[in-house]
Ligand binder design. Structure first.
Ligand SMILES: [Zn+2]
Length: 392
């Protein structure tokens, strides 16, 4: 069935200016044709269905590159400390995750990348969404957290120590259907001994994760703020550095040379509600890294690093990420590309998502106002389509 979509403006996120009166056609969940600037739309009768967004700004669905389904920093139903949330049974987490997925949908997010769970819940929920049992964005799962006994994210379930321990944890995730592997290399804000610049893994432990991922054409994303652990990750061939908030100038150069991706996660550190679920000690750790966080990302933006962004437990706050990226020097178009085209590349899904173009999934959103004028307008979501199906 061929569907014609007419818009007020179409921003395809290939990097070109929005097209006034832009249109596109999709069938079987995939975009088949996109009108060039000035090219009139085909007659409505030429399609089997017609979506009239001639009062809306239409663009690809947003991609949140770093989420956790098992926790929320902004849960208003039953707020609780993040460590307590992480220790909840999987049945509880799955019910809560269904709500968090809807929060993403309402915010115009059509793909999320899961950055570490317990009980493989992101892998099971990815299937449940794909099969239509629950509504939510596409989920790119990594399975269970891989962390050392004294590492960040450790609550006693997913411990992996030593080269063989890490290898086994990697293989368990891959066997369950992980799309990539998430390892925790340095401490962080929530937990992990030694703080955000102390590495709780050795180079050999990081290398084995990269080796296991590469063997199945997968990649590693590493939680790493700074310190020697960041160098170890780049040297070991880790593809995606999560946070990298304390990277030095020399490390930034190294990241650029290696072509690594960096995922910024401003929301838990800067969103007004983001820090509520943290203890006083955790908040103290967080406040100490805030300035450095902004400084690092200002440099990464200025130097043209490979960047994507994620809300990391503040579900549905991608517009806030965009506003913070802009404070780091990105113009509005660049900030939007980080959440669409660039995020798709970060997730290695650029053949499928991130732009409105022939051959890509018909994942798109209709906004009441133009986000290029003001990034706040990313919150004016009217409709959300995933694979050509209306979700909102
Ligand atoms: Zn995270």
């Amino acid at each position: 069935m061929k569907t014609l979509v007419k818009t007020k403006y179409l921003l395809d996120c290939t990097g070109t200016a929005p097209i006034p009166g832009g249109w596109f056609v999709f069938s079987d969940g995939v975009v088949r044709a996109v009108g060039r600037p000035g090219e009139p739309a085909p007659p409505v009768e030429s399609a089997d269905a017609f979506l009239d967004f001639s009062d809306s700004f239409v663009m690809p669905g947003l991609i949140d590159s770093h989420i956790h389904l098992g926790l929320s920093h902004t849960d208003t139903i039953k707020p609780m400390p993040v460590n307590a949330q992480m220790a909840q049974p999987p049945q509880v987490k799955i019910c809560k995750a269904a709500l968090y997925l809807r929060q993403h949908l309402r915010a115009g997010v059509t793909t999320v990348r899961g950055m570490g769970e317990e009980h493989f819940i992101d892998i099971y929920m990815a299937r449940a969404v794909a099969e239509g049992y629950i509504d939510g964005p596409r989920i790119i799962p990594s399975g269970n957290i891989i962390t050392a006994t004294h590492g960040q994210g450790q609550i006693g379930l997913s411990v992996a120590d030593g080269v063989e321990g890490v290898r086994r944890a990697c293989r368990e995730n891959l066997a369950q259907g992980a799309d990539f592997l998430k390892i925790f290399v340095t401490g962080g804000v929530v937990s992990g001994k030694g703080g955000p610049c102390a590495s709780t893994y050795t180079p050999a432990e990081i290398r084995v994760a990269a080796e296991e991922a590469a063997a199945l054409d997968k990649y590693v994303a590493a939680h790493v703020h700074g310190g020697p652990g960041l160098d170890m990750c780049v040297d070991a061939g880790v593809r995606s550095l999560e946070h990298a908030s304390m990277a030095t100038d020399a490390q930034i150069e190294k990241i650029l040379r290696a072509g690594c991706w960096v995922t910024g996660t401003f929301s838990p550190a800067f969103h007004p509600q983001g820090v509520h679920s943290l203890s006083a000690e955790q908040q103290d750790r967080l406040l100490k890294i805030r300035d450095q966080f902004m400084e690092t990302f200002s440099k990464l933006v200025a130097l043209g690093a490979n960047l994507s962004f994620g809300t990391d437990g503040v579900h549905g706050a991608l517009a806030f990420e965009a506003l913070t990226i802009a404070q780091c020097g990105a113009d509005n178009m660049r900030a939007i590309l980080y959440l669409t085209r660039e995020a798709a590349k970060a997730c290695r899904r650029e053949e499928e998502i991130g732009v409105v173009a022939p051959g890509k999934y018909a994942d798109f959103i209709a906004l009441a106002e133009n986000p290029l004028d003001n990034l706040e307008n990313l919150t004016t979501v009217r409709s959300v389509y995933i694979g050509g199906t209306a979700k909102i």
